[in-house]
Design a protein around this ligand. Structure first.
Ligand SMILES: Nc1nc2c(c(=O)[nH]1)N[C@H]1C(S)=C(S)[C@@H](COP(=O)(O)OP(=O)(O)OC[C@H]3O[C@@H](n4cnc5c(=O)[nH]c(N)nc54)[C@H](O)[C@@H]3O)O[C@H]1N2
Ligand SMILES: Nc1nc2c(c(=O)[nH]1)N[C@H]1C(S)=C(S)[C@@H](COP(=O)(O)OP(=O)(O)OC[C@H]3O[C@@H](n4cnc5c(=O)[nH]c(N)nc54)[C@H](O)[C@@H]3O)O[C@H]1N2
Ligand SMILES: [Mo]
Length: 650
């Protein structure tokens, strides 16, 4: 029986620490580490599913090459020879920009970045910029505070008010829930702001149903009342805020009557929440990512940042904004090469397919690692069209993802249990090593090893001749200052000593002025003006929301085929829809068939289809548009109108 430690590599805030036991007879058992401050002994269904995946018949075990439309097994030597030949040809005929590398964060292992280093070392690459995820809010926080930092979760216990603003930890961040319950026990008041009465509302004292895409307006309306009543933190405002006058002028336009009408929240509720935020502090704002998946996503987060700032809810125990953090920056060496060492062409995520279509020099090779663009990028019907025209496509994965299926060469990678890596994310404060527990299935190889071996074929072997252990040692070299070594990390998870409990405690902001900048670097002209409702039309009058689901991580670990759509009883009645019926959901981009679920919890003008669901290899993104957010070039997945109709079967 092997007993070792591992870590959940999934794209999730929790980064759970696993205790693994493995034997041939008993298989692989995953338990949560009791001592881990976040996991606290509990592992979710996706963590368990990772262990099942190791021995699943769905695992890819050998390199596969598409030959007249069918995959056939080839050897690694053949795969490397072919791949490196294609790369060499492209370098010669088109130059390095003819290679497009699509990656995301499906695996949080730091060694995953060797893929990017590999392409940089070739002299250059075409890659995405911006974000499929949280880019609008991230950029917003950089502008306001000069960086993205959050308090430790344990600080929540000292909050009097906690606002779950567009976030549903009961589904997407389950290990946060015990902290929230503890805070509630200690007297905190929990408020949920969401167009859907989400699962986390079950343990909150208050719920505000907001119209989709109007949170910026809501935040400005709350600020309007706070300023009007003189409820702001004057000291904090005078000493730590820049651009207040300009901001105040803008806020003046957001009368409670106007805001109530646009955001769909009553004036009484607005007044009550404004009073609570200014009188019942410390306030912790836990922001989700859904509320910034709109064209105005950046400004929305800026308006919420401002609300926290004018009430002095920054840099104090129990008060602050939770979005993400950059604490590891400067404490872990990046694997990437210096920017100047290569030429990189970057295409923004929201319009990636269009830019590939018109690329000059053209894309000759596409390489996909740790992502599944044919399902997760917006407007996937268009994506498929563009994808099909790329002459040679290579996907690395451990299962036959839709993107892999539509590729020419598929390379099987190992799972977290079959290799060593290190996990440190922009969500968790923990530094963790994943140990190798068992030998790879079939001929699968660790992704970092594949890139190092491929480098040999391209005459770059010298620069990549290191073991995973040596690469990790390079990354953690700055940690020696704190006495943290590979040996100490192997003993168990370590909370990074440079991560403070309270973000911005000294109130020294990293902006040019050293203050929170409410008005710099963007025009306040249109703040919050453009509600997502302007994306609706007579033809497509309903909001299409495609949030994350509990049992899956995006396209991974789906339990069943087919789409489920959730609507309010009013909408169901209007279209003569009953639970269990099938309905067609249509947008400008495409249409799909979904099973109807009816619930009072859903906003009456919204159609909700959780992302990640699949039908015949197509996902919900056949309905979404590639619109960029105002800041951070993030994809505005929820900024799309739809129509529904009953599907009549004979
Ligand atoms: N189980 C599970 N956990 C996950 C993931 C997963 O796929 N599955 N994904 C991980 C990743 S990559 C991420 S980025 C996070 C995301 O974590 P969350 O931010 O919690 O979830 P999302 O589904 O991205 O965001 C959608 C939430 O925003 C709400 N929302 C939509 N529009 C609006 C709006 O206009 N205003 C407000 N106030 N709310 C709105 C939706 O109803 C939903 O509750 O979760 C991580 N954790
Ligand atoms: N409509 C809609 N679309 C969305 C969202 C939404 O809310 N609504 N959310 C967006 C968000 S927040 C995100 S973060 C993106 C996520 O987009 P992706 O990261 O593309 O999503 P996944 O479906 O998790 O795809 C991951 C793929 O990588 C594979 N994989 C896992 N580990 C490894 C590894 O170590 N190496 C390699 N090579 N492959 C690996 C998995 O098997 C899977 O096929 O989706 C975005 N798309
Ligand atoms: Mo994400």
């Amino acid at each position: 029986m092997v007993r070792k430690r591992s870590v959940c590599p999934l794209n999730c805030p929790d980064s759970c620490s696993f205790l693994i036991s493995y034997s041939q007879e008993g298989g692989l058992q995953v338990r949560g580490e009791k001592e881990h401050p976040i996991t606290q002994g509990f592992v979710c269904s996706k963590g368990q599913a990772l262990a099942e995946l190791v021995f699943s018949p769905d695992r890819l075990k050998f390199p596969l090459l598409k030959d007249q439309g069918r995959f056939r097994r080839i050897s690694w030597e053949e795969a490397y020879a072919l791949f490196s030949e294609k790369i060499r040809e492209t370098l010669k005929e088109t130059g390095p920009l003819g290679i497009f590398h699509h990656f995301d964060y499906a695996h949080s292992g730091l060694l995953r970045d060797l893929d990017r280093r590999f392409f940089q070392a070739l002299g250059g690459i075409t890659e995405p910029e911006g974000s499929m995820c949280w880019g609008a809010g991230y950029r917003a926080q950089e502008i306001d505070f000069g960086g993205v930092y959050q308090n430790d979760w344990s600080e929540l216990e000292r909050a009097q008010t906690i606002i779950l603003w567009g976030r549903d930890p009961a589904l997407t961040n389950i290990h946060l829930v015990p902290y929230l319950l503890k805070a509630k026990e200690a007297g905190a008041h929990l408020v949920v702001i969401n167009p859907i009465r989400v699962k986390s509302t079950d343990f909150a004292q208050e719920y505000l149903r907001v119209n989709p895409g109007t949170d910026g307006i809501l935040a400005l309306g709350l600020a309007h009342i706070i300023l009007r009543e003189g409820w702001l933190d004057w000291d904090f405002m005078r000493n730590h805020i820049q651009g207040f006058e300009e901001y105040a002028l803008k806020v003046k336009e957001y009368s409670p009557a106007k805001v109530a009408e646009r955001a769909g929240v009553s004036q009484e509720k607005l007044l009550e929440l404004a009073r609570r935020i200014s009188h019942a502090g410390p306030v912790s704002f836990i922001l989700g990512y859904g509320l910034q998946r709109y064209v105005q996503g950046g400004k929305t987060i800026r308006a919420i940042d401002a609300l926290a700032a004018i009430t002095g809810n920054i840099g104090k125990t129990g008060a602050g904004i939770y979005y993400a953090h950059q604490y590891h920056k400067g404490h872990l060496n990046p694997l990437l090469l210096p920017e100047e060492s290569c030429s990189v062409r970057r295409f923004p995520h929201p319009v990636l397919a269009e830019r590939i279509q018109n690329a000059d020099p053209p894309i000759q090779i596409a390489v996909v690692t740790r992502s599944n663009p044919l399902l997760q990028q917006p407007n996937t019907l268009f994506w498929r069209e563009i994808w099909a025209k790329i002459p040679f496509k290579v996907t690395f994965d451990f299962v036959m993802s839709e993107t892999a299926r539509q590729s020419d060469l598929v390379l099987p990678v190992t799972t977290i249990f079959e290799e060593e890596d290190m996990i440190a994310t922009s969500w968790s404060p923990m530094l963790q090593i994943t140990e190798k527990i068992l030998e790879p299935r079939g001929e699968a190889k660790p992704e970092p090893v594949i890139f190092c071996e491929l480098a040999e074929y391209l005459g770059m072997g010298q620069e990549f001749r290191k073991t995973p252990e040596e690469w990790i040692s390079d990354i953690i070299e700055p940690l020696s200052e704190y006495g943290i070594t590979l040996e100490s990390l192997r003993k168990g998870p370590i909370k990074a000593p440079y991560v403070p409990n309270i973000a911005w405690e000294g109130l020294q902001f990293k902006t040019p002025s050293g203050k929170i900048e409410l008005a710099s670097d963007f025009s306040l002209q249109n703040t919050g003006e453009r509600a997502a409702s302007s994306s609706l039309s007579a033809e497509y009058p309903y909001y299409l929301l495609t949030p994350h689901s509990r049992q899956s991580i995006h396209s991974q670990f789906q339990e069943e085929e087919g789409f489920q759509m959730f609507i309010h009883p009013e909408l169901a009645e209007k279209y003569y829809l009953f639970p269990g019926d099938q309905a067609i959901v249509e947008t400008e981009q495409g249409q799909l068939l979904a099973r109807v679920y009816v619930s009072e919890d859903i906003h009456p003008q919204a159609v909700v289809i959780p992302e990640g669901s699949l039908s015949n290899g197509f996902g919900v993104n056949q309905l979404t548009k590639g619109l960029s957010s105002d800041l951070g070039q993030s994809t505005s997945y929820y900024e799309v109108g739809c129509q529904i109709r009953k599907w009549l079967v004979d």
